[in-house]
Design a protein around this ligand. Structure first.
Ligand SMILES: C[S@@+](CC[C@H](N)C(=O)[O-])C[C@H]1O[C@@H](n2cnc3c(N)ncnc32)[C@H](O)[C@@H]1O
Length: 278
């Protein structure tokens, strides 16, 4: 047992065993191994729930989970931009900036970047926002965003909790979530909280990874989202549109995009711009 509250060595051993079984195509053994991981560490730092769902051996969880997301991005922070942007061609922040311009939205008084990561959205919108706030679970990612200087205020925290609990009541006229929805399953709670934090006619801009056949063999597809083989959530267009409308948004744009390259193939997604009604 360590300060993390679980036996890290036992977790590591179970995880490696499960991964090896998965790679060898021994699905039952892999599922057993991932279940053992959850018994050792119910907070799920290794993302065992996502892996079980992707194997079809467990229900899709509500989200990727705080412990897993924090661990993953704390580990990836230093190489994130090099790998994602330069090697895999990730360009969602630029697509967001372009889409807002195309729709005629050039300036914002107060914007919130959910899952801001290393600050690429802040950089893409630099000079167009009077007050820019960012929040992210990963402290290491936020440190890089801080060094970039595009944000007036940065917070370490979970996006939904932040939207619910942030003490300032002044609304935002823009809320962005670039490549964050793939870490959340059911989007309805997020959309409702985003709507509650936006000014009347404020904008929400976000990207999803699309639910296509190759990604939909994990658990949950029938609900409009599923955990793909890449262990991220993929969302169907009809599901996302319905969830936005139910939360009181009108959809201004819903465009197919390539999120990044994945195993040599374009990873398809959507870029959405929605406006809070009333
Ligand atoms: C793929 S990165 C994208 C970062 C940034 N938005 C960009 O476009 O470069 C996803 C980020 O979302 C954060 N994240 C995922 N789920 C989150 C949640 N529920 N609350 C806060 N941050 C979250 C991760 O820590 C990570 O920094």
């Amino acid at each position: 047992m360590t300060t993390t509250g679980f036996d890290e060595e036992a977790l590591d051993a179970s995880y490696r065993k499960a991964l090896a079984a998965e790679k060898a195509g021994r699905t039952d053994a892999a599922a057993k191994g991932y279940r053992a991981c959850l018994e050792i560490d119910p907070d799920d730092h290794v993302g065992a729930r996502l892996r079980l769902a992707a194997l079809g051996a467990g229900e899709a969880p509500a989200s990727a989970g705080e412990a897993y997301v924090t661990t993953l991005f704390d580990q990836q922070a230093d190489t994130f931009e090099d790998i994602l942007v330069r090697q895999l061609g990730y360009g969602v922040p630029g697509l967001i900036a372009d889409a807002l311009s195309r729709l005629g939205f050039e300036h914002f008084d107060r914007a919130l970047d959910l899952g801001c990561g290393t600050g690429l959205v802040g950089a893409a919108l630099d000079g167009r926002v009077d007050e820019m706030l960012g929040v992210d679970l990963s402290e290491n990612m936020v440190e890089i965003a801080f060094d970039g200087g595009a944000y007036d205020h940065l917070y370490i925290g979970e996006a939904l909790a932040f939207l619910e609990e942030f003490e300032e009541s002044e609304p935002f006229d823009l809320i962005a979530a670039a490549d964050v929805l793939p870490y959340l399953g059911d989007l309805s709670p997020l959309f409702a909280r985003v709507a509650a934090r936006l000014s009347s006619r404020g904008l929400f801009v976000a990207s999803t990874e699309a639910l296509v056949d190759a990604a939909s063999d994990g658990a949950g597809a029938e609900s409009g989202f599923a955990v793909g083989r890449d262990h991220r959530f993929h969302h169907g267009e009809a599901y996302v549109r319905a969830a936005l409308e139910a939360a009181g948004f009108t959809i201004l744009a819903f465009e197919p995009i390539t999120v990044r390259m994945q195993e040599g193939q374009p990873a398809p997604g959507h870029l959405l711009v929605a406006r809070r009604l009333g």
